[in-house]
Write a protein that binds this ligand. Structure first.
Ligand code: SAM
Length: 237
């Protein structure tokens, strides 16, 4: 997968050198480049923003540098991802869909965001998706890019040592994962549930499923409701 990130703070994306994303880059699974938007400015101050039409506080990112960045980096197979609090909520299903793309390009907004015409113009040439991390407002899109890229990269074939890790984790099948334990068997007076030490894989699998459902019902009843709604469809298929 190829990924281009455009930002006015390339240093913010330094963690993309680390850990499993760094490894995926070294192995060639992920071909990732971070670009400074200001390279597509042409004035002495390298200006990327201006006051909003219609008035109001803050500044808006001008369309010209973004247009040139897209001209330089995007093609018809590009999926332009725009982090925005006004976007569709980013979920594991979104991550799975993005992991199928050949080329992702991220446009990191700052200030009050990017001039809308950038996306209206791009939408005639490529897929454009606005994605939100949640119902709150960040300073800029960089942190959102880190989140989206972590979730997407770990789904790329070969990135996780054990691909089974992807099968029974939270949100893989609409519920949260059961609680996990490791050694020692007893710690500060708290014991690992006996069943997990029984060696009976059938009972362990059933226990984990029950725990997953109980946990989900207690913490995220919305997920249980979504599961109920999708059941007739799954039974029909
Ligand atoms: N004026 C915008 C609004 O009210 O929708 C908020 C702009 S915010 C201060 C600046 C940038 O941060 C946005 O362009 C976006 O890239 C990023 N951002 C802020 N909150 C976000 C969120 N919840 N999810 C994804 N990106 C976000």
């Amino acid at each position: 997968m190829r990924v281009d990130v455009v930002t006015i703070f390339p240093e913010y994306l330094a963690p993309l050198e680390l850990s499993l994303i760094g490894k995926a880059r070294t192995s060639g699974t992920l071909e990732l480049a971070v670009h400074d938007l200001r390279q597509w400015t042409h004035d002495v101050h390298r200006t990327v923003d201006d006051t909003p039409y219609g008035g109001g506080p803050g500044m808006v990112m001008r369309p010209e540098p973004w247009g040139q960045a897209l001209d330089a980096l995007a093609g018809p197979d590009t999926h332009l991802i725009v982090p925005s609090p006004a976007g569709a909520p980013f979920t594991q299903a979104t991550a799975r869909a993005l992991a199928e793309d050949e080329h992702l390009m991220f446009a990191c907004g700052r200030y009050e965001g990017i001039d809308q015409r950038v996306f209206d113009h791009a939408a005639a040439r490529m897929r454009v998706s606005e994605v939100s991390l949640g119902d709150y407002v960040l300073f800029g899109g960089e942190v959102a890019v880190l989140v989206v890229l972590e979730a997407v990269t770990r789904l790329l074939p070969g990135v996780l040592g054990n691909a089974n890790s992807l099968l029974d984790e939270s949100h893989a099948d609409g519920v949260l994962e059961a609680p996990m334990y490791t050694k020692p068997p007893s710690w500060r007076g708290l014991d690992v549930p006996e069943i997990l030490r029984s060696g009976d894989h059938g009972r362990i699998a059933r226990w984990r499923r029950e725990q997953a459902l109980e946990r989900t019902a207690a913490r995220r009843p919305d997920l249980i409701a979504a599961l109920e709604r999708s059941r007739p469809e799954r039974e029909a298929s």
